[in-house]
Ligand binder design. Sequence first.
Ligand code: TXA
Ligand code: MG
Length: 344
Amino acid sequence: MNTEFFKIDEKHIDYSAIESCADIIKSGGLVAFPTETVYGLGADATRKDAALKIYAAKGRPSDNPLIIHIAKAEDAEGYAHTSPLYYALAKAFMPGPLTVILPKKDTIPSEVTGGLDSVAVRCPSHKVARALIAASGVPIAAPSANISGSPSPTSAAHVTNDMNGKIDAIIDGGECEIGLESTIVKLDGNKAILLRPGAITADALGCVCEEVEISSAVTHALAQNERPLSPGMKYRHYAPSSPLVLLDGSEKDITDFLLKASATENCVILCYSEEAEMLSGAKLIDVGCRSDLQTQAQRLFGALRQADTMGADIIYAHLPPLDGLGLALYNRMIRAAAHTVKKV
Ligand code: TXA
Ligand code: MG
């Protein structure tokens, strides 16, 4: 397949390019597009044949459901059974990086939801994504636009690397601002169960919901045969091809370990900016300053992709903190590392 490329700037949207891409969606094709979190691989969420093409292009297991992207929070009414808590969350966080799991209506084929009777709904804030959804006139089902198992794409180059020749079009809208996928919650009365942490933190959810429960799968490996609340939790994710090891210890002990490792091992280090000079000579990827979790989030998936091209036997990175945006970084990195943490 010949993949068409469109460059669309969020600040000066080229509506004729948006129309061309919307035509592809309306005719059942696949378009990769930017969002504020990561790039999505979009198709008409009301069409089973279009949804099946997403699974084929990604190599995604058919029981792992897709998120449907809508233009306005109220549009969920056409596809899901909403609740007062849904609208409270929508008022606080939509459009934005929040996905809410709701009981589904029959307008969404079961192929989109991996056979589940619930559907994940998200209203993105990225202007190109919003323009595409509006012009298509349908909800857009979109997982992250990577090959299943590899890090989510945060630039059009990442998407091209994984999807060129497999999909109809790629919209290049520059680098994604947040860099980690949306926060996912499932609602249970007045309680929100956090299934995937993201830029909308547990504390922020707590300002709207009476209770926020963090699913144990956010930080821990699933026990064998355990049935996850979200099918995506059971699949290996974000994995670079060299093993990733997360370092836990004091600043000084980690520095000593990294200095020694860089002299004796063929390693890549995902380092903080403050460490770059001291470790110069080693294979380094600067992920941002120690306290700047936003930059670390924005760079993480690109760093994992880059680390893979550097021919190392092992990749070292810092174990992120568990609070605030740290929880989202922790969740992605612990899975990329297959839960390998080294105490130093
Ligand atoms: O930021 C994002 O959410 C990006 C952009 C493109 O919007 N999308 C994204 O989609 O990360 P994906 O498919 O890579 O991850 C969606 C996750 C999967 O782990 C899936 O299992 C879970 O959401 N999910 C989807 N529908 C669900 C449902 N009905 N119940 C439970 N989990 C669901
Ligand atoms: Mg994904």
